[in-house]
Design a protein around this ligand. Structure first.
Ligand code: BG6
Length: 488
């Protein structure tokens, strides 16, 4: 099955940090279909050879085990071609058309890894140049808009050109092995389903913590912030995967219908909830792994008075029969205490205590997304009994845990998020991509928060880099009688 993958923005950050390394891994693993071409498109004046040399040099920044040897790169480079284009100039699309006309690939993937402002132009120009055929698929990277109206405008333009089945909206969190494992855990096993509901679950916590700051993306981040960058997409997709009903089959629309229902069931915001249940923060100077780091407001491209949030913690509920009354907490931020993404499912305590447990913890399932990928089931067990022990000591429970490390178990077979998603696009599998209605619903839900912040003069609460964010985030969850998992 031959494919042509056209990468718009081929000299940009995303292309060399994520896309090229992922394509190379697929090539190395032998999963990239044979007979493929990767056509880089950018404004730079580059020959094919110069483009190959540029990509080769960029691999120096990739972690060592994922770097190609000289021999591997020579074979991979044979797939790479370059077309110089100014995407705003209609005439330049003829150059791309000429390159694609050299052969009739079975599938043509248009990967739009450019600044979002160019998304609609590229789609419109592809149509005008006759480059949308039934063999064409288009991949759109986030951010798709900065609010509901702008997201709808993009979706409408895209819809005028492409059918929904041709459109692959990437949320790379859905490509993470741990998220696919979550689907497997829930819908491939019968063990948890009877427990997966309000009667047994006390609360669910979704944490996506990063220790990195905004790095070189200060200017972008200033107009984005953590709510748009992480909550509207990644965190809500995780919430859907945890909260959705079992789909009727594993087809893309069956899965996406169920995720959409979750988004539609999210508790609407009230003025009171917006004040009490959403905490925004911004990192001040601090220490990460013993190294002092600067405040967000001192980062390049960031205003010294910036009101942009680098941290969000919020509480919501899914208003349906399964979940009514169960708090879902979401927390994400930059320059936090570590790189740690996980979902913690806290079960309710036993209804009646017969042991002298000094431990105030109930069962807990932890789904680790990164840096490690695995599952932990926290249980209570009878600890070592003291031979001369009293009745009391023999009845004291201790926490134990079942620990499944998927990296160890599946090691070398693991496929990275972008590698998985790129292969799915080439194969035409839409399961792990986001439909326009899901995306719009997610924007509709975050919009009241954005509106509220516009008028809230208090601004974000400062937190020291290297901590878990503002203390208000712990206070928010403590109001329900709970605490964040790391505080237990
Ligand atoms: C991106 C955000 O979507 O996800 C970045 O724009 C963030 O700000 C990144 O750092 C996190 O992804 P990952 O896979 O490293 O957790």
């Amino acid at each position: 099955m031959s494919f042509d993958l056209v990468m718009f923005g081929a000299t940009g950050d995303l292309a060399w940090r994520k896309l090229m390394p992922a394509l190379f891994q697929a090539f190395r693993h032998g999963t990239l279909p044979e007979g493929g071409r990767i056509i880089g498109v950018a404004r730079d004046e580059l020959s094919d050879e110069q483009f190959r040399a540029l990509i080769c040099s960029r691999f120096d920044n990739v972690e060592l085990p994922k770097r190609p040897s000289a021999e591997e790169f020579t074979r991979f480079a044979a797939l790479l071609e370059f077309v110089r284009m100014d995407l705003s100039k209609p005439d330049d699309y003829a150059l791309l058309a000429a390159s694609l006309a050299k052969r009739q690939a079975h599938t043509v993937v248009m990967y739009v890894a450019t600044a979002p402002a160019l998304f609609t132009t590229v789609c419109e120009q592809l149509a005008s140049a006759g480059l949308n055929t039934p063999r064409t698929r288009v991949v759109l990277e986030k951010p798709l808009g900065h609010d509901l109206a702008s997201n709808r405008a993009i979706n409408e333009t895209v819809r005028r050109v492409f059918g929904e089945k041709q459109v692959f909206r990437i949320d790379h969190y859905l490509g993470k092995p741990a998220v696919q494992n979550l689907f497997a855990l829930r819908f491939g096993n019968s063990l948890f389903e009877p427990l997966w509901r309000r009667e047994h679950i006390a609360n669910i916590q979704i944490t996506i913590a990063e220790d990195l700051g905004v790095e070189k993306r200060g200017a972008f981040y200033e107009t984005t912030g953590a709510l748009r960058d992480m909550v509207q997409n990644h965190a809500l997709q995780l919430l859907c995967a945890i909260g959705m009903e079992p789909p009727i089959n594993a087809h893309a629309d069956a899965i996406r219908d169920e995720k959409l229902k979750v988004l539609r069931s999210l508790k609407p915001w009230t003025a009171e909830a917006l004040t009490q249940d959403v905490i925004r923060g911004q990192y001040a100077a601090g220490t990460i792994s013993g190294t002092p780091v600067a405040a967000y407001r001192e980062e390049t491209g960031v205003s010294p008075q910036s009101p942009t949030e680098t941290f969000v913690a919020l509480r919501t509920e899914i208003s349906n029969w399964r979940w009514a009354g169960v708090p879902f907490y979401i927390r994400t931020g930059k320059r936090l205490a570590g790189r740690d993404a996980r979902i913690v499912v806290n079960f309710r305590p036993t209804p009646h205590a017969i042991f002298n447990s000094q431990i105030d913890v109930a069962n807990r399932l932890v789904i680790n997304l990164q840096p490690k990928d695995g599952l932990e089931l926290h249980l209570l067990a009878q600890g070592q009994t003291n031979r001369q022990g009293t009745q009391a000591s023999s009845q004291t429970l201790v926490p134990v845990q079942l620990d499944l490390d998927f990296d160890k178990r599946f090691g070398s077979e693991r496929v990275g998020a972008y590698e998985r998603l790129l292969l799915d696009v080439i194969d035409g599998r839409l399961n792990l991509f986001v439909r326009s209605d899901e995306q719009e619903e997610a924007w509709r839900w975050v919009e009241p928060i954005l509106e509220h912040w516009k008028n809230d003069m208090q601004g974000p609460r400062l937190y020291a880099a290297g901590t878990w964010g503002p203390s208000a985030s712990s206070a928010m969850i403590a109001r329900d009688g709970f605490c964040w998992a790391e505080e237990t």
